[in-house]
Structures are given as structure tokens and as C-alpha cells.
Design a protein. Structure first.
Ligand SMILES: CC(C)(COP(=O)(O)OP(=O)(O)OC[C@H]1O[C@@H](n2cnc3c(N)ncnc32)[C@H](O)[C@@H]1OP(=O)(O)O)[C@@H](O)C(=O)NCCC(=O)NCCS
Length: 168
């Protein structure tokens, strides 16, 4: 089940981040993001079969010219089950109500995330050197982008993904 992130979710969200990133986002960063409901959306994926444990989370910033995915993270023991794709689908569905383009940065050595983003029609448009230098990750990022996310063709792509995921 995918629901909006609230401050109550932060201990679990930050525990997942601690397993995934050398320098995870701080509570202050999350609280600042959650305090901007007009131009941010953060979601968590809960496992109803596991007492609503949080399995992953993601966020999007609605900017003037594009929607920008800020994070998509799934707990290591929950990966490969489509949770990342479900979270991403929910973020994209929200993004296409506000923006016509979607963009994000992804580390050059992160094939799983790149594969997920390609499935949603994002294509590489450039390299941002040193993007992750402050996060303890491989520093260079690929910038990926999808235009025309408000168009019917793109809606058809999302419908196909939703069917594949049995997304309700
Ligand atoms: C990226 C991430 C969110 C995907 O979560 P997930 O729940 O495993 O996602 P899914 O089960 O929907 O699978 C996503 C894709 O990863 C692919 N994948 C998984 N492991 C992979 C690997 N080692 N190499 C290549 N692709 C891989 C899956 O095949 C799938 O590809 P597809 O969409 O083309 O079918 C997860 O790996 C993660 O949290 N990584 C660490 C945090 C991170 O790097 N986030 C992205 C920041 S830009």
C-alpha cells in the first residue's frame, strides 16, 4: 500500500536510508521537504502483510519547468518485487498532473535504478560531474529525462506498467 509520508514515518524511512546511502538525508532535510506540501510529494510503500512495515519511499519536487524525482529507495531485503516500480508509478501519476516533463539524476554505476527509469521512458540527456560528491557515492550522475508525460502516449505506457504490476 502506498501512502503519503508523514513525520511519524521518519524513523523507519531513515533506518532504510542508513542501509542504502553512505551519507543519508538528515531528519532536518526530510522535515524541510515534508513542510512543503504545495510543491513536494513524498510517499511510503507499506507492507500490509508485515504489520505495515515500510519497505521503501520516494519523492518528487514539482518545479516550474519539470517534475524532479528527489529520491526512490527500497529496503535491501524488499528489492526485486516491483516495490520501486510501484512507488515510481505513483510519483509519475502525481507528476503528470502538474508538469509536462520528468527528470532525475542517477549514479553512473546504478544499473538497477537506471533500468527502472528506462521502463518509465526516461532517457539519458547528460552527465553531471560530481553530483553525488557530498553523499559518499560514486560522484558522477547521469541526468535522465522524459518529456510529454501529460500526453496520451505516455498514459498508455503507464497503463501497461500498471497492468504488469497488478497495480490497484
Ligand atoms: C533502485 C531501487 C529503488 C529499485 O527498487 P526495487 O524495489 O528493487 O525495484 P523493482 O523491483 O521495481 O525493480 C527495478 C528494476 O531493477 C532491476 N534490477 C534489480 N537489480 C538489478 C541489478 N543488479 N542490475 C540491473 N538491474 C537490476 C530490475 O530488474 C528492475 O528492472 P526493470 O524495471 O527493467 O524490470 C532499489 O534498487 C534501491 O533502493 N536502490 C538503492 C537506492 C537507490 O539507488 N535509489 C535510486 C537513487 S537515483
Amino acid at each position: 500500500m502506498i501512502v503519503p509520508m508523514t513525520p511519524d514515518h521518519l524513523p523507519e524511512v531513515m533506518a532504510i536510508d542508513a542501509q542504502c546511502y553512505p551519507i543519508p538525508w538528515s531528519r532536518d532535510v526530510y522535515q524541510a521537504e515534508l513542510s512543503r506540501p504545495d510543491d513536494r510529494l513524498y510517499l511510503v510503500a507499506r507492507l500490509t502483510a508485515e504489520k505495515n512495515r515500510i519497505a521503501g519511499h520516494g519523492g518528487v519536487a514539482f518545479e516550474e519547468d519539470e517534475a524532479h524525482i528527489t529520491t526512490v529507495t527500497v529496503a535491501p531485503d524488499c528489492r526485486g518485487q516491483g516495490i520501486g516500480a510501484r512507488l515510481f508509478l505513483a510519483l509519475v501519476l502525481a507528476a503528470r498532473r502538474r508538469n509536462t516533463s520528468l527528470a532525475l539524476e542517477v549514479a553512473v554505476d546504478n544499473p538497477a535504478a537506471q533500468s527502472l527509469y528506462r521502463r518509465f521512458g526516461l532517457a539519458p540527456v547528460g552527465i553531471q560531474r560530481g553530483y553525488y560528491a557530498d553523499m559518499g557515492l560514486t560522484p558522477d550522475a547521469i541526468v535522465m529525462r522524459a518529456d510529454g508525460i501529460h500526453q496520451p502516449d505516455y498514459a498508455n505506457r503507464l497503463i501497461n506498467i500498471a497492468v504488469e504490476l497488478d497495480y490497484a
